[in-house]
Design a protein. Structure first.
Length: 133
């Protein structure tokens, strides 16, 4: 397991965001673990969301930008199966130690994880345009 953990830590990259002595445990975990994973997995999240749109909401492409932003947020907050799938994409890149830290406060960390992901997808809404095949 040490080889896997070392590989994952190195592969993910550096802390994103500021960590100070005043940072909470959740904030430290967010900036050292969640943000690097979400950045690394960004292209996959874009494709996963495109697939979600094609399965459930093909008229998404005709929505106004505001409605698309609301749809992104609602789909992640309200579709439990979809949200769990997204969480799995992140949790799969935790080290064993990080997973053990995560399960101590998973509810709060899940909220942070999904909020960051929602914001990432909203900031890239222009990538969710109808693709001609």
């Amino acid at each position: 397991m040490e080889n896997r953990d070392a590989f994952i830590s190195e592969f993910r990259g550096e802390t994103l965001g500021t960590v100070t002595n005043e940072s909470s445990t959740d904030e430290i975990f967010q900036n050292q673990v969640l943000r690097p994973i979400l950045k690394l997995q960004n292209d996959l999240f874009i494709d996963v969301f495109r697939n979600y749109i094609s399965k459930y909401k093909n008229d998404f492409y005709s929505y106004s930008v505001e409605k698309k932003l609301a749809y992104i947020e609602n789909s992640i907050q309200k579709d439990i199966k979809f949200r769990n799938s997204l969480k799995g994409i992140v949790i799969g890149l935790f080290t064993i130690h990080e997973y053990n830290e995560y399960i101590k406060n998973s509810s709060s960390l899940n909220k942070r994880m999904m909020n960051i992901l929602i914001e990432r997808l909203k900031n890239q809404v222009q990538l969710f345009e109808l693709q001609e095949e």
